[in-house]
Design a protein around this ligand. Structure first.
Ligand code: AMP
Ligand code: ZN
Length: 461
């Protein structure tokens, strides 16, 4: 089935049309200077949903995510200080140590949330040579210029500049500066390579002087290195629409002479207390802090799944509690189906799968896809057929359904002793004693179920 995704550039749902059935997918990754909160994690969850949708619908995938470990200023528009340098001073560690520490934490939260690793995860500092080559090509093709502060992109050379963010020529941003640089040709021009001040820590040799890359160029260079000149799907947070992605589009065009990305998609933010969840705007929660409060990563994943990526999602503990309760109910129903003895007609199963796939294919509609799982679990007699269907759905949902096991009961020693005694009786073919012991166990409030090889399972009545 064909995947359709809402393209922020054309403002229409557009079919993904990969060459040779392999979807080239790029997603803007974390800046590793601080903890990633559950707002950031929503972004990576959306990345994962897009990846899983692609695979569920039968395409192959080549997926790239960058790690920003240099050049991201405290303002997205190139002003302020480099976030890595700020963290390095704050924590008295090298930028490399900072990057490793926060990336490892972020990666571990991603794993906990069952977010699959992209085929390529690439830190910006690993591709400085490719970045320099990319900037050189932009200059060679006449889209850049050099000032005493570094190399700039000349936005007046790219007529579509501002289209993604919906800005006309007069509205183009007036930010975009390292510091005020009087040599800049247009206010919206942005930096590709920054000449480093003497006390700057992260710096490399380049044809334009010792310095470091601007933030936006890393994504173009990394995309080009791993995916070439055609990217089917490119995504990120909605705030990237007006600056970062606008700049990526211009850089790609300047280098390649044609548009590189087919579909741009953007996720809306996780909200908290009336605003975007963000470190600078007050309270944030991390996955670890939620785990300390007794929530599991799958509770959070189920919460994320319940909203479409293109809508802001409001975080409240009421909503998370209800996701936790839902995960419990879902687990109970799933186990009932696992042990179910009914047969469901194949045509019914096909119908449910068709519906589920249609929702996934329609701009990755996770809440509606989830509703098909609930329909299957709740409205059909208990059956392994439904259990297997749920496991199939889980390739998209990622709720670790195959790992759901009956909750371990705290069974009193007295009951276990009776069960063991019964096992010996059965081994000795003393079925009369075995039956008496079963009745005794039942009187005490437990059910014993025989399993192959004379094993047994105890459950509460
Ligand atoms: P950063 O590490 O700041 O570059 O952010 C990593 C990713 O998280 C980016 O794609 C941001 O768009 C995204 N992000 C940041 N805050 C939120 C939020 N409250 N909700 C959803 N995504 C967010
Ligand atoms: Zn990016």
């Amino acid at each position: 089935m064909e995947l359709k995704v809402f393209n922020s550039l054309t403002k229409t749902k557009q079919a993904v049309r990969p060459i040779n059935n392999t979807v080239n997918f790029y997603f803007c990754g974390p800046t590793v200077y601080w903890f990633q909160h559950i707002g950031n994690m929503r972004a990576f969850f959306v990345m994962d949903s897009m990846r899983r949708a692609v695979k569920y619908l039968g395409y192959n995938i080549n997926h790239v995510m960058n790690i920003t470990d240099v050049g991201h200023m405290t303002s997205d528009e190139d002003s302020g200080e480099d976030k890595m340098e700020v963290a390095s001073k704050r924590e008295h560690k090298s930028p490399e140590e900072i990057a490793k520490f926060y990336w490892d934490l972020c990666h571990s939260d991603m794993k906990d949330l069952n977010i699959e690793d992209p085929e390529h995860i690439c830190p910006a500092t690993f591709v400085i040579k490719e970045i320099i080559d990319f900037v050189q090509k932009i200059l060679d093709n006449g889209y850049g210029y050099i000032t005493k502060n570094g190399v700039y992109f000349d936005t007046s050379k790219y007529p579509n500049y501002g289209k993604l963010g919906g800005m006309n020529q007069n509205e183009k941003r007036f930010g975009a500066r390292i510091e005020v640089d009087e040599e800049k040709r247009n206010p919206a021009d942005f930096v590709l390579w920054v000449i480093a001040k003497d006390n700057h820590i992260q710096k490399w040799d380049s044809p334009w002087g010792v310095g470091y890359p601007g933030w936006h160029i890393e994504c173009s260079a990394i995309g080009n290195k791993f995916l070439g000149e055609h990217i089917d799907l490119h995504g990120g947070g909605v705030e990237h629409k007006t600056v970062h992605h606008e700049n990526e589009i211009a850089q790609n065009y300047a280098r390649c002479g044609h548009e590189v990305v087919d579909i741009w998609f953007h996720l809306e933010h996780l909200m908290f207390d009336g605003g975007k969840m963000s470190k600078s705007k007050g309270a944030i929660y991390t996955l670890s802090s939620l785990k300390e409060r007794g929530y599991s990563p799958m509770d959070l994943r189920l919460f994320y799944l319940s909203a479409h990526y293109s809508k802001p999602q409001n975080f409240t503990f009421d909503a998370l509690n209800s996701a936790k309760e839902s995960y419990k109910n879902l687990s109970r129903l799933l186990l009932n189906h696992k042990n179910g003895t009914n047969h469901i007609e194949q045509s019914k199963i096909d119908e449910l799968k068709q519906k589920f796939s249609e929702y996934v294919a329609d701009d990755v509609n996770s809440p509606l896809a989830l509703s098909v799982l609930w329909d299957a679990l709740k409205n059909y007699p208990f059956s392994v057929d439904i259990y297997n269907l749920a496991l199939d759905f889980d390739h998209f949902l990622g709720l670790r359904l195959a790992e759901i096991k009956p909750a371990k009961l705290d069974i009193p020693k007295e009951i276990i002793d009776l069960a063991e005694e019964r096992k010996s009786a059965r081994n000795n073919k003393d079925y009369a004693t075995s039956d008496l012991l079963r009745d005794r166990i039942s009187e005490l409030g437990y059910i014993i179920t025989d399993k192959p090889k004379n094993e047994y399972e105890l459950s509460k009545k």
